[in-house]
Design a binder for this molecule. Structure first.
Ligand SMILES: Nc1ncnc2c1ncn2[C@@H]1O[C@H](COP(=O)(O)OP(=O)(O)O)[C@@H](O)[C@H]1O
Ligand SMILES: [Mg+2]
Length: 376
């Protein structure tokens, strides 16, 4: 849908902000531009909706040169979200969100109804509709910014560091919300950030840019983490990229053991049968199958468990939903070195050792490499 074709931007003072950049931005997915401050991310984003005109090169929208479209038509097809939301301070929340529909000639009631619908979509309580921006938290204002950009249902969303000014916990909520909204709406999103973790989390494709407006690498996040193109990208990704890459491998393939799992109301016979389990500890569950803690086999007798002898099971991972990274984290945090896998309801599905997770990781890496080779 959007193709950036060898685009250069030279500002009047001679600064080359973007240097022969070429990118194919896939439809209905999130493409992230990431890189250090001043590397030309904002300039690139603004060239897409022609707030900045390229000095050289072409930007094609649906195969057509963006310069052939009237600039107003072009901008209406692209919602724009910026840091600190950029809301109109003298307008209520509902009227902020209704701005573009009103400009397009919608009646007041229809535009406000649409705005209220969008408030719900971005996770804002309807009771906030009549407030003014200063009466909202930073995170709430940012949600209003997203709702406003979505109001006229544009196919494209341009987002320039939209979540950079909020604290990490609020930011995580906004990222999750964006991914959820994207699942529902399937927009073509170009998202600018300087935060590589944010890029890896939300990007389908990630373009790493370096100072001087040059593209360093353009790849899906897992590929970026496994095969950084050069030392700059590797450095920018940070030290623990191997661990972070595990987020892209599902935990579903782990071989879980059920033999070491025993209910708190087990009979003496059932307990005896667990004695030969492969694990050095037994995992005790309540009668509903939820984990209570680890115990040494000799410390477990029929007729209840001595809570003082239970060892914490740490934080379980959800089998299938959580990644290998989450499973490894559970095992590392667990005093026994074993991770507890649970189903969506929190009932124990089985346990797995650090060693078994390590084997699954080696297998996933080997298969990942094969995929990358096939792709090339
Ligand atoms: N209007 C302008 N005039 C001159 N130089 C500019 C202008 N806007 C941005 N620049 C310069 O272009 C480079 C890229 O800026 P920008 O696209 O804002 O980077 P980023 O968003 O990655 O931080 C920087 O060196 C910046 O100083
Ligand atoms: Mg910028």
């Amino acid at each position: 849908m959007i193709r950036i074709d060898s685009v250069t931007k030279r500002y009047p003072d001679g600064t080359v902000a973007v240097d022969r950049l070429s990118l194919e931005i896939p439809d209905r997915s999130i493409t992230v531009l990431v890189g250090p401050s001043g590397c030309g991310k904002t300039t690139t984003l603004r060239m897409i909706n022609r707030m900045v005109e390229p000095s050289e090169g072409t930007i094609l929208i649906d195969g057509k040169d963006s310069r052939q479209q009237p600039v107003n038509t072009l901008r209406r097809s692209m919602g724009y979200v910026i840091q600190n939301a950029g809301l109109f301070q003298h307008r209520t929340i509902v009227d902020n969100i209704a701005t573009v529909p009103r400009m397009l000639g919608w009646g007041k009631e229809k535009a406000r109804a649409r705005a209220r619908e969008l408030m719900e979509r971005v996770g804002l309580d309807g009771s906030l509709a009549k407030r003014y921006p200063y009466q909202l938290s930073g995170g709430q204002q940012q949600r209003v910014g997203v709702a406003r950009a979505l109001a006229a249902d544009p196919p494209v969303l341009l987002m320039d560091e939209p979540f950079s000014a909020v604290d990490p916990i609020v930011r995580k909520g906004l990222q999750d919300e964006l991914l959820r909204i994207q699942d529902e709406l399937g927009k073509t999103i170009v998202f600018v950030t300087h935060d590589i973790d944010e890029a890896v989390k939300i990007g389908t494709m990630v373009a790493v840019m370096r100072t001087g407006g040059k593209l360093a690498q353009y790849a899906p996040p897992a590929e970026l983490l496994s095969n950084p193109a050069d030392a700059f990208v590797e450095d920018f990704l940070g030290t623990d990229r191997g661990i972070r890459r595990l987020s892209f491998f599902p935990s579903a393939g782990l071989r879980l053991l059920t033999a070491p799992v025993v209910a708190v109301d087990a009979t003496a016979e059932q307990i005896a049968a667990r004695g030969t389990a492969e694990a050095p500890y037994l995992l005790v569950t309540d009668v509903d199958g939820r984990p209570l803690g680890w115990i040494e086999p000799g410390d477990l007798t029929a007729g209840g468990v001595d809570a003082a002898r239970l060892v914490s099971y740490g934080r379980p991972f959800v089998v299938g939903t959580d990644s290998l990274r989450a499973a490894l984290d559970c095992a590392v945090l667990s005093p026994t070195g074993w991770a507890v896998g649970v189903d969506a309801e929190g009932r124990v599905a089985g346990v797995v050792s650090q060693q078994a997770i390590g084997e699954a990781i080696r297998k996933a890496h080997a298969e990942g490499r094969t995929d990358a080779q096939v792709a090339r």
